[in-house]
Write a protein that binds this ligand. Structure first.
Ligand code: ATP
Ligand code: MG
Length: 190
């Protein structure tokens, strides 16, 4: 966690899919660094492993079949690959955020927009509920949500795809993580 450490340094990351039909190296020796303020883009054909790379970094792989079999993911200087899940709960959303390729399935269908953003803020910051609500409103305006004040009380099914994606982006940036992973974050935006 030293101040000089890179936000993200990936060294020889390997993720393998263990299926009945054999093993497939989905991520095969990925290395990259992201400096503070830098944007790094991964480009490649469909199925080449972009999403599995992102999910590996977040430690959110579908296991089975996918498992990290080697390499390091250093977040602010600390390798998170060996960390237990409990430690990851305190890191996701706070040190590293992710905007998923399919935003509609990553929102909670039975909670209002406000509740979902407030929950992120109250989990990872010192803000009280009242302050978190004010911040939730600010974040929605920041991501360009039309009629933000009214949308706070909406449930995901009452929003368009693009609006849901804006909520996801608001949640991902809520705690100003040092690393933000965006997996095709604009597919649902007009
Ligand atoms: N849960 C899974 N079970 C089995 N195979 C999977 C699973 N998820 C991904 N794969 C396979 O792993 C490979 C990489 O998939 P991934 O989703 O990372 O691709 P991608 O580069 O993000 O593609 P796209 O541009 O279409 O989003 C693909 O061949 C895919 O079929
Ligand atoms: Mg993908």
């Amino acid at each position: 966690m030293s101040g000089s450490a890179l936000p993200l340094e990936i060294v020889d990351l390997r993720t393998t899919l263990f299926t009945r039909r054999g093993e497939m190296k989905a991520v095969d020796g990925l290395s990259l660094t992201v400096a503070a303020g830098e944007t790094v883009a991964l480009v490649g054909e469909s199925g080449c492993g972009k999403s599995l790379s992102a999910l590996s970094i977040m430690r959110l792989l579908p296991d089975p079949p996918a498992r990290i079999v080697g390499g390091q993911v250093k977040l602010n200087g600390r390798d998170i690959v060996p960390l237990p899940e409990e430690a990851m709960l305190g890191i996701r959303g706070k040190e590293i955020g992710m905007i998923f390729q399919d935003p509609l399935s990553s929102l909670n269908p039975v909670a209002t927009v406000e509740k979902q953003i407030v929950e992120v803020l109250m989990t990872h910051t010192e803000l009280g509920r009242g302050q978190a609500r004010v911040r939730a409103h600010e974040l929605l305006e920041l991501v360009g949500m039309p009629d933000a004040a009214r949308r706070l009380d909406a449930y995901p099914h009452q929003l368009s795809g693009g609006m849901c994606q804006r909520v996801i982006i608001a949640m991902a940036i809520a705690c100003s993580p040092s690393v933000l992973i965006a997996d095709e974050p604009t597919t649902a935006l007009d």
